[in-house]
Design a protein around this ligand. Structure first.
Ligand SMILES: N[C@@H](CCC(=O)N[C@@H](CS)C(=O)NCC(=O)O)C(=O)O
Length: 223
């Protein structure tokens, strides 16, 4: 049985979990909590020296990096899905284009969330200029979604939900914990509602929503 190591608070972990559930791939969840350094245990380090989540183990084969894990599952099991259509090279390339962009752009949401919510809790000093820059970077990503990725389209890569939407939505939802004003970006906000309401993705956010409920009880995404 495939094993998926994850932390429910981790954005890429939630995205992979949702994809496995959407595709109905049997797997066993191995939850680890980064806040308690469980990903740094000797046992986990032996499997994944980079000590990062998510991680997938398929027998004796270990697969790291969320986007890589998603594509591995689809290719390895030869699954026919609009999430990443194996027979349409152009659509695959569009999806990969977003997934590559994600790491150095959308992922910046994490840095801003961390500085606002986590760093102060850990007693780490947040430099105001750095925070300002992180906020600016996130706003730039949202502007790019509004004016490019989602312009005139239902989803990032066209009319169908793909891995791109799942990964992006999971990352952006973290900002709901710090009361980010999504409504400033109406196209992106409407798209976020569509994507997060995919039942498997909503379910993968069950722990995230507990935090959102506490930090941002007025959240538009709570049910
Ligand atoms: N590019 C990686 C990012 C993985 C990543 O940054 N995971 C974080 C949690 S969201 C982690 O494991 N952090 C623990 C650490 O770096 O100590 C992916 O997409 O899987």
């Amino acid at each position: 049985m495939i094993k998926l190591y994850l932390d429910w608070i981790s954005q890429p972990s939630r995205a992979v979990k949702a994809v496995l559930d959407i595709l109905k791939v049997p797997h066993e969840v191995k939850p680890l909590m980064i806040q308690y350094n469980q990903h740094k245990s000797p046992e986990f380090t032996a499997i994944h020296p980079l000590q990062q989540l998510p991680l997938l183990q398929d027998g004796d084969f270990t697969v790291a990096e969320s986007h890589n894990i998603m594509r591995y599952i689809i290719k390895q099991k030869n699954i026919s899905t609009n999430l990443y259509p194996l027979t349409d090279i152009r659509q695959q390339t569009r999806i990969d284009q977003y997934l590559d962009y994600h790491h150095t752009n959308t992922r910046r949401c994490f840095h801003f969330y961390y500085s606002v919510l986590i760093a102060p809790r850990k007693g780490q000093k947040v430099i105001p200029e750095v925070l300002e820059k992180e906020k600016y970077d996130v706003e730039k990503v949202f502007q790019y979604f509004e004016n490019n990725w989602l312009k005139g389209k239902n989803y990032i890569c066209g009319d169908q939900v793909t891995l791109a939407d799942i990964s992006a939505c999971s990352e952006m939802m973290q900002l709901d914990m710090i009361k980010f004003d999504f409504k400033k970006y109406p196209i992106t906000n409407a798209w976020l509602h569509k994507v997060i309401n995919i039942p498997e993705l909503y379910q993968a956010h069950h722990v995230a929503f507990k935090i959102i409920k506490k930090q941002n009880p007025g959240s538009q995404f709570l049910k």
